[in-house]
Unconditional design. Structure first.
Length: 263
């Protein structure tokens, strides 16, 4: 084998004696010439030994002792004959005897290996969940810091968006800073848009056409809230929310739901 094994579990399988044929010969040949892989094999053997020691002791069945005593008695009775026939002097233990001896230990080792694998997978899943939670917390912290910077800037304007009849009493508010090109929006809309429609937020500049600030996706019972980046240096005349075809439009076409002029 000219390259390192691609599967780390091959070292555990080698240590357990589970590799056969070409895989066994190839890995054995590679380990003889590779110190790094020889060290990995030693570590695998250490893990297997620890698993075997950690496995609870399993008492052999009562028949094991009885079978052993029969074998020893037969060996003693035939000792004289075995002296004349040296090739028959060694006690022969049947396959059932060795199965009774090693099967419990093998089963305990296999169970311990499976439990270790399951534990490792569970720990890996927990690490991934914690990493995702940490990333989410980091994102939320960045959003809060950005909102604090926006709210504390001396040239940030606060705009209240008043409901039109189609808004059913919902309200909205905007924090906008033209110099920073930052805007924060929040509303009290408690229901999502119809399946073929979208709520769309607009910045109406002092001159020119309205500029889309994004699609709103209210949370049931909570409403919409988002921080967004706008073209810097663009004073606003008003802000509005309209009901548009699903996905939004380049320019407002639907009914106005919320509207608020910049005072």
């Amino acid at each position: 084998m000219s390259t390192h094994p691609t599967r780390e579990e091959d070292f555990d399988l080698y240590a357990l004696g589970a590799l056969e044929g070409d895989e066994l010969a190839s890995l054995r040949s590679h380990i003889e010439s590779c110190d790094a892989c020889a060290q990995k094999l030693a570590q695998a053997r250490g893990r297997i030994a620890m698993l075997a020691l950690a496995a609870p002791p399993v008492a052999p069945s009562p028949g094991v002792k009885e079978s052993l005593m029969r074998q020893l008695a037969a060996s003693a009775a035939g000792r004289e004959y075995s002296q004349r026939e040296p090739e028959l002097s060694r006690p022969r233990f049947g396959a059932n005897f060795w199965t009774a001896i090693f099967a419990p230990a093998a089963a305990a080792l296999a169970l311990a290996t499976v439990l270790l694998w399951v534990t490792n997978n569970h720990l890996s899943s927990q690490v991934e969940q914690q990493r995702a939670q940490l990333q989410q917390l980091k994102q939320q912290t960045e959003e809060v810091n950005a909102l604090l910077d926006l709210a504390s800037a001396h040239d940030t304007v606060f705009v209240a968006l008043n409901p039109m009849p189609e808004a059913h009493g919902a309200t909205g508010r905007v924090l906008y800073n033209a110099r920073m090109g930052k805007m924060y929006y929040a509303d009290t809309m408690s229901a999502a848009a119809p399946p073929d429609k979208s709520f769309q937020l607009w910045l109406v500049p002092m001159s020119g056409k309205p500029i889309s600030a994004g699609i709103l996706t209210p949370e049931p019972g909570v409403g919409s809230h988002m921080m967004m980046t706008m073209p810097p240096g663009m004073p606003a005349k008003a802000f509005a929310v309209t009901l548009e075809p699903a996905g939004g439009m380049p320019q407002p076409t639907g009914p106005k739901l919320l509207i608020g002029p910049v005072s």
